[in-house]
Design a protein around this ligand. Structure first.
Ligand code: AKG
Length: 266
């Protein structure tokens, strides 16, 4: 896929939508596997509802996707995803986590946040993380599309946030099979699913610069079987290799940072 236009949009506006990364049939098949992964998570004792992130039980949260089904290991390293990640973060990144949030009718918005603010203290000068959001249903305002504050990837200090950020947020709409790339500095929330009977299943692949520790270290709990099935590249991306902050060497890192700064005009 030629993603030049989307990459430029991502750098300039902090997000982009890429339709047709999966066919509708593929998105639906993965959605069904996601529900099975949710059942398996419950079976293993990791609850999927009422875990403290959402206002009620109508959100289904499935963590640990990389362990639950190999299809998620394919998605997290999908070439389109990696192309967008590299365009924003440069080549020196880790996969922080891969989780799902299925918003069912009756679900409400969670607390407004930016994902970078959860893993790195302010000020937030650089695009140090991003989410690749996989849309497994058609998503729009009615069924609870993620809502974001336009331009908030330029916010460096929490004090720069408007008094009521949620009031100015707008939804990402995208057909099933799309990915939405969202700079980790974008302030956002889940939408309320106001539909009568439409599910909204989204997967959140969160990637960050390699010096940032993961949001939750699910990778520490990968089974020996899963680890054995990973490529050397995936082991590096998951932070399972021995090297960490010196992955690229200082000179290469500086060159990558300069390139990135030139691209974002700073
Ligand atoms: O489900 C959504 O739309 C957003 C989820 C989110 O931002 C989060 O879980 O941190």
């Amino acid at each position: 896929m030629d993603l030049q236009a989307q990459k430029a949009h991502l750098r300039e506006h902090g997000w982009c939508v890429v339709p047709n990364v999966l066919s509708r049939a593929e998105a639906d098949a993965i959605r069904q596997r996601l529900w099975r992964a949710g059942d398996e998570s419950e079976r293993r004792g990791v609850p999927t509802r009422n875990i403290g992130l959402d206002p009620n039980e109508h959100n289904v949260r499935i963590f640990y996707l990389l362990e639950l089904d190999p299809v998620f290991r394919d998605l997290i390293q999908h070439p389109a995803a990696i192309d967008l990640v590299t365009a924003l973060l440069g080549p020196d990144f880790i996969i922080s986590n891969f989780t799902a949030n299925i918003a069912l009718p009756g679900s409400q918005s969670m607390r407004v946040h930016s994902d970078l603010s959860i893993v790195a203290p302010e000020p937030w000068y650089h695009p140090w993380s991003l989410n690749i959001i996989w849309c497994l249903n058609d998503v729009d305002e009615e069924n609870g599309a993620t809502r974001y504050l336009p331009g908030s990837h330029r916010i460096r200090w929490r004090s720069e946030l408007p008094v009521d950020p949620a009031a100015q947020m707008v939804p990402f709409s995208a057909p099933a099979g799309s990915i939405v790339a969202m700079d980790g500095r974008i302030w956002h929330t889940s939408g309320a699913n106001l539909s009568k009977d439409r599910e909204r299943a989204l997967l959140f692949g969160y990637y960050s610069s390699s010096f940032i520790r993961p949001q939750v270290n699910w990778n520490a709990a990968l089974s020996p079987e899963t680890i054995a099935a990973l490529s050397p590249q995936m082991k590096e991306w998951l932070g399972l290799g021995v090297r960490a902050n010196v992955k690229l060497g200082t000179r290469l890192r500086e060159a990558a940072t300069q390139k990135l700064q030139a691209a974002v005009g700073e």
